[in-house]
Every structure is written in C-alpha cells, then in structure tokens.
Design a binder for this molecule. Structure first.
Ligand code: MLT
Length: 412
C-alpha cells in the first residue's frame, strides 16, 4: 500500500489564485454580459508586452539554436556564468553590495525557490511568517510537515505569525522569543508596504543574535520609488551571515510567462547540523539545484540578460513606471470611493480596508458582482488580511482608469 503525504490534507482551501479563478469562472458562466465587461485586478500578472530588448535577444537566441555550431543542450543547472555575472554586477555590486557571481542561482521562478529552499533547511526550525503575506511561505511549510493543524481562522499551529497592521505600517517587528527561520517580503505582497533600513537592521540584528535565517523575498524591489528604502537585504551589514534573497524577473521584466528568477545564497551563510556544527548552506543549495533541476532554458537566460543592457534597463523602467501610474490611478479611485487605502507607492499593489462589517470574501463577491472587477480577498493572504482586499495595478491604463471609476460607483 502506498501512502500519501498527510500534511497536504491540512491545507485549508485550494491555493488562493486558482480558487479565485474558479469563482470567477462560475460567475462569468452564469453572467455572460458581466463576463464581457470583466476586468481582472486579482492575480498580479503582468499585461504589457515584453521589452523590445528581450524580444530581440529571444530572436537571436532562437537563431543560435537553429544551427549546429551555436546550438546549446543542457546548460549549467545554476545558470550560465554570463547571466550570473550580469545579475551580481548590476543588481548588487553596482549598488555597493558584496555578492559574488557564484552566489547567484538562476531558476525558473521565485515561487518555486521559496518552496524548494525548505529542502536544505531542517524540519526542527521554528518559523516566523508575516501575516498577511504571499501564501506560498505558509503552504509550503504545511506541505513539508512543519506545522500542526489550522485553527478556525486558518492559522497553523507551530508558526509564529508576525502581524502586519496599520499600527506598525504593515512591517512586522522581531518577536520577543527565539525563532529560527523568518520570512520577510519587501515590498510586501499584498500590503505594498516596504521596509525601511532601520526596520531591516532590526531584523538582521535579531537573526544574528538568534543565529536565525531570514528568507527575504524581494520580488517587487524594482517598484521601490523612495530612494531611502533598501532594495536588498544585503544592503544591511551582517545580512550575508543571516539571509537568503529571492528575486524575480516576473514583475520587473514582464516575465510571468517567460519564467526566470534568482536566489542569492551567500557563501558566508551558515546553519547548524544535527551535531550543532555550523556549516555553509551554499554547497547544499548547489547540490540541490544540480540534483533536482536542469536549469533555465538558454533562450530565457539570454532574454533575462537583455534586461541588463542599456535599452533593457530603460524599457524595464518604462514598464515599472506604467504600472506605478496605474497604482496612482487606483489609489485615487479607491480613496475617492471613500475607502481607506494603503500601499501602491513603492509596490504595484493597493491594499484597501473593506467598509465596516464587510468581510474580504464579501467584498470580493460585491466587487465582482456589481463592478465586474476581480480583486483578491485579503483573508487569502492570512488571517490578519481579513477586512482588506488587494487591487493589482498590473493592467492597461484604460482598465485602471475604468476600475477606479467603477469603484466609485459601488454602493456597499
Ligand atoms: C500575486 O498575485 O500575489 C502573485 O502574482 C503571485 C505570484 O507571483 O506567484
């Protein structure tokens, strides 16, 4: 008899975004007229075409693959040297951050890396996870058996939740007690809040003191507008000894359908073996990548490299500024609709408090049913997300303007 992984049975509902898609499908099948005017601001999926520099790089790479002399088979599992170099140089060393080329691991997505990183961490680690936050952190730990059951609010036993509320500007403080692995996401998905240098310093100091590891998700760093805010945890002294950073080209380069991301594992980062000896994690992650992954395709890595060319960089800046323009339109629309609005200034997400007495899913149903707009219910990001909803600014400007207008015509 084969046994399944019982830990999956602890997961409460379907993964948030497929669940939203299922509800939207049911609604549009029942309401074909509403379906025609539907605007999707739910999942943070980019809408604008790829930067021209990327398109040209893809064409060139296809031509290389078409002839024997320049054809490529398997590449290095951890990424081609030229892409690792471009990333380490432009994203880190050019900004005064000490990251070596071979500390960068290229992958097909941050979602996968956030889950896969658990392969090299012990099962006994005490976890701290922001709430609300990207649901992958909690769900992958549930799947790996690192939690108990969920309570009535969906909070799992064994996780220290770090509440993100208006009172702390949606940036959690380090807990009183000791934890071993901490998930931070800045700019935060879903609240749009970005941590200051002082806030990240507090976390790095905490991690160094407790010999904990910070898993720092910087997937939205390209959206930071305030020049005083750190883009990388490694801007904080000591972070090389206590942090892993995840980055993605999905939202910066419009790669949600192309698939390319990176994880930085500094060689100076150590964790304890069962014997208590502190050992580096870098060789473990390399071993994991080379054993379980065959690398991102040559075409896609050439596409990612093109994002660092002069043209690529200005085209990425234009994309980011387009989506941030939408964020401003949506912020203003929701504010004029009388709603309390957060985020949307250093991140592509607007975090909106529901009117008194309206739950997140009730707001979802109301906005879908009356305005024919798909948003994301805040409770899908954790129990502290109840009473909020998220609007994604990944859309055309015309749609953002239309959504802003429809929000104002909503009667709660
Ligand atoms: C989101 O909408 O939160 C993101 O698009 C999900 C993701 O990046 O996987």
């Amino acid at each position: 008899m084969a046994y399944l992984n019982d830990h999956y049975l602890k997961l409460k509902a379907g993964y948030l975004f497929p669940e939203i898609a299922r509800r939207v499908r049911a609604f549009t099948e029942a309401n074909p007229d509403a379906a025609r005017r539907l605007i999707r601001c739910g999942i943070g999926d980019v809408t604008e075409p790829l930067p021209q520099a990327v398109v040209q790089a893809l064409h060139r790479a296809v031509d290389e693959m078409a002839i024997r002399e320049s054809f490529k088979g398997y590449g290095p599992e951890q990424g081609y040297d030229w892409l690792r170099h471009a990333i380490a140089q432009h994203d880190f060393r050019d900004r005064g951050i000490d990251i070596a080329d071979d500390e960068v691991f290229v992958s097909d997505g941050s979602k996968c890396d956030c889950g896969n990183i658990l392969d090299i961490l012990g099962h006994q680690n005490r976890l701290a996870i922001s709430d609300p936050v990207y649901p992958v952190y909690v769900d992958t730990n549930v799947m790996a058996g690192h939690t108990g059951e969920a309570d009535a609010h969906g909070a799992y036993a064994g996780i220290t939740y770090l509440p993100c509320t208006p009172a702390n500007g949606f940036i959690p403080e380090p807990p009183q007690g000791a934890v071993d692995v901490i998930y931070l996401c800045s700019p935060n998905n879903p609240t749009g809040a970005a941590a200051s240098r002082a806030q990240l310093e507090a976390w790095v100091n905490y991690a160094l003191q407790h010999r904990a590891i910070i898993l720092f998700d910087a997937a939205y760093e390209a959206y930071i507008q305030d020049p005083s805010l750190p883009h990388s945890i490694y801007e904080i002294p000591g972070a090389r000894e206590c942090a892993i950073e995840f980055r993605s080209f999905s939202k910066s380069g419009g790669f949600t359908g192309v698939r390319c991301a990176l994880t930085v594992v500094p060689k100076s980062l150590r964790a304890a073996g069962a014997d208590g000896e502190m050992r580096p994690l870098h060789p473990l992650w390399l071993r994991r990548m080379t054993t379980k992954f065959n690398g991102v395709s040559y075409l896609v890595q050439r596409a990612a490299e093109a994002l660092y060319s002069a043209d690529g960089r200005s085209q990425v800046a234009a994309l980011v500024s387009h989506y941030m323009g939408n964020a401003q339109v949506l912020r203003e629309g929701a504010t004029q609709a009388g709603l309390k609005v957060y985020g949307g200034t250093n991140a592509p997400y607007i975090w909106v408090a529901t009117p008194p007495g309206v739950t997140s899913w009730a707001a979802f149903d109301r906005i879908l049913g009356t305005a024919n707009v798909v948003i994301t219910p805040g409770s899908g990001f954790g129990s502290m997300g109840e009473g909020y909803f998220r609007i994604s600014s990944f859309n055309s400007r015309a749609n953002a303007v239309e959504v802003a207008a429809r929000l104002q015509s909503l009667r709660w």
